[in-house]
Design a protein around this ligand. Sequence first.
Ligand code: NIG
Ligand code: FE
Length: 414
Amino acid sequence: MQLLLNNIRQLVTVAAEGKPWKAGPAMREINMIEDGSVLIERDTIQWVGTTRDFHAQLKKEATIVDASDLIALPGFVDAHTHLLFAGSREDEFAMRAEGKTYQQIAEQGGGILKTVSATRLATKRDLKKLASHRLDEMMKHGTTTVEIKSGYGLTEDDEIKMLEAIGELSHDHVMTIAPTFLGAHAIPPEFRKRREAYVDLVCERMLPYIGKKKLAAFCDVFCDTGYFTVEEATRILKQAQSHGMKAKLHADELAASGGSHLAAELGAISADHLEHINQHGIDSLRTAGVVGVLLPGVSFFLNHGYAPARKLIDSGVPVAIASDFNPGSCMSFSMPLMMTIACTQMSMTPEEAITACTLNGAAALGLSNQVGSIEVGKQADIILYNLPQYRHLPYYFGVNHVAKVIKRGTILEF
Ligand code: NIG
Ligand code: FE
């Protein structure tokens, strides 16, 4: 089956020519082709160039889409989400509007633990149903690859329930899904006075089982003031690595607590959040080649300050942008909205934001050889937008301009 996208007004390829990510000034090179064409054969991109130069052999039954009023970008890669959860936390949203902070709410029994209670009560089937609907909506907003974390179970059974739900969703749903184990998201209430016993449980029971059953590609730890210490995170992530998982970290979100330095030391694939990263942390990430995943929606929603995106990019750290979609700190999965916030609040250029949401997001999941750019040989995940030119994507906000979603070479019908 062939699909030809023809006369694309602006074709933003983000071509990387074999490189896993772009860093520094290269983040601005989005490799845009005016009046472009893309030929897709089954689920793979076969040809990319200008419509004028198109020369591949077309089969009789090929589908041809005239995209002269549309622009095309790679499907977004949202490399950090907590989208599998039950319940909601609009009460906390209202409390923050009256001046309470995220940490104060957590200390009063709200926050992550509130979602843990609701998620423990939900069955795997309930969770899958909720998540499947969210995945549909994300695709309608242009996301074609997503990472999903566990971390709202915090018992052996409930963490496994979450990871199994994620695994089943990746078979049943057209979205490409990367599963992450986040058993160290918070100390569960029943372990409040014996946190070491919880870390033992994660290391000695959960990780070996998850490794054996291959339920997660990554292991993440919320390493921050009030959550897990650098020592605890080190123990958990080393153990995870020995069971075949790659390390990720929620680092330096609430304070400069050493998370990014640890990510570099462990050779983590990404260090995420970074609102409070210092120069030492930035230098460590750059030297170790760790992707910095920034979450503009969290800073916007919690009103707690932004990660130093300019410093990170100018220092040569490969920067990705993700939504962090979750019920507490970001109730949005719109990647174009994340780009707008990155441009208006974090001094990123539209081109840097595009690279951060596509190729560099893929790098944060070790998937940039398959997705994240429109290049020959890659999976055909392409979004067509009803816009005159690509800068309109972050220039608008709160408006969805997706015209067509092409996932693995198929035009999706919603
Ligand atoms: O990435 N920082 C830790 N975890 C999430 C928030 C989860 C929640 O509040 O439910 C985050 O912001
Ligand atoms: Fe998170």
